[in-house]
Design a protein around this ligand. Structure first.
Ligand SMILES: NC(=O)c1ccc[n+]([C@@H]2O[C@H](COP(=O)([O-])OP(=O)(O)OC[C@H]3O[C@@H](n4cnc5c(N)ncnc54)[C@H](OP(=O)(O)O)[C@@H]3O)[C@@H](O)[C@H]2O)c1
Length: 308
């Protein structure tokens, strides 16, 4: 796609988006999720605004309603960091009338200080992968009601910061925690999840992982002075971006629109999308490895205590 913003991409694909029910996770104002929800509502999608904070969901809903008064919106409280909360949210979705056509698994955290989820998992792994794994699998009956369901798994070029650490995904219970390797592991998991999900639901579900692009959002809130020094090629000491790598949120959402709705890539299920195009050659080979994808699925089932 040669369009410049998510909004222009959505307008170009409006006939494929209009009327579809789309769950967008992580819709905090200023981030990719809120902008994606806005542009999808603009072209007539029924959007489920999912997030862990009711006030942020309401803020996103209000902003959309001001621009698109007849937007069809639903709100869903979803805390991906807690398996119990994910199960409650999924139970809500299973009560919806009609199918869920597309899920955009956008929510995530980056570089958080060491913490454990209520189930005892390292928190970036719990939030960025395990929560998405459980939520997607639990709402699968609703997705499969759609004639052409899709799942978009937001990864990042940050997956290059680390493969999945099958032998020590918990960083020795935090003893050897490295917040960037932990983010990398979780973002690698987002790609591996898409690979295995596509394999398991071949001809039933289309799945893409993606790198949406870099833009200043709430994602950067945990970066410290030391982090800006560590990534000194990209940041000044005060945290302002250096160079021309930063794009706008409006541009980055192009990739979600393509991954979620572009029919011309529908036969590439399981692929990694970047800049609105299938770009497997730009993903780390370890993130697209089929054996690792299967292994991660098995481990994830173990960690949520349920097989799918
Ligand atoms: N921005 C970038 O440069 C960039 C680059 C590559 C990839 N990405 C990916 O893009 C996605 C969106 O990031 P963004 O840049 O738009 O950042 P953002 O504005 O911080 O959005 C992340 C969203 O995830 C939500 N979230 C965090 N923890 C959650 C939890 N436990 N349960 C449910 N929701 C939770 C946040 O909610 P709260 O506001 O309540 O925390 C927020 O709504 C992420 O997956 C990220 O890895 C971003």
């Amino acid at each position: 796609m040669s369009v410049q913003t998510g909004e222009s991409a959505a307008k170009a694909l409006a006939s494929d988006i209009k009327g579809k029910t789309v769950i967008v996770t992580g819709v905090s104002p200023g981030g990719f999720g809120a902008e994606t929800a806005r542009i999808l509502a603009l072209v007539g999608a029924k959007v489920v605004l999912a997030g862990r904070s009711l006030s942020k969901i309401q803020a996103a809903a209000q902003a959309i309603k001001e621009e698109v008064p007849n937007a069809e919106l639903k709100q869903l409280i979803l805390d991906l960091g807690s398996q119990k909360a994910v199960r409650e949210a999924a139970a809500e979705v299973l009560k919806y009338d009609g199918p869920v056509d597309v899920v955009i698994l956008n929510a995530g955290v980056m570089g958080t200080p060491y913490a454990k989820s209520p189930e005892g998992l390292e928190s970036q792994l719990a939030t960025n992968h395990i929560g998405n794994f459980l939520f997607t699998n639990l709402i699968m009956p609703k997705l499969l009601e759609s004639s052409a369901p899709r799942v978009v798994s937001a990864s990042s070029v940050g997956h290059f910061w680390g493969p999945f650490r099958f032998d020590d995904y918990g960083f020795e219970d935090g003893e050897t925690y490295d917040k960037w390797a932990a983010y990398g592991q979780s973002k690698t998991a987002n790609i591996l999840f898409a690979v295995e999900l596509a394999e398991r639901y071949k001809n039933k579900l289309t799945v893409f992982s993606c790198h949406p692009g870099e833009a200043p959002t709430g994602l950067f809130q945990y970066m410290t002075k030391e982090d800006f020094e560590k990534f000194g090629d990209n940041f000044n000491a005060d945290g302002t971006p250096k160079g021309d790598w930063i794009r706008t949120v409006e541009e980055c959402t192009v990739t979600y629109v393509a991954a979620g709705f572009d029919q011309s890539i529908a036969d590439k299920s399981g692929s990694y999308v970047k800049d609105g195009k299938v770009a497997n050659e730009q993903a780390a080979p370890y993130a697209l490895d089929k054996e690792s994808a299967k292994k991660l699925w098995d481990l994830s089932e173990k960690l949520v205590g349920q097989t799918f």
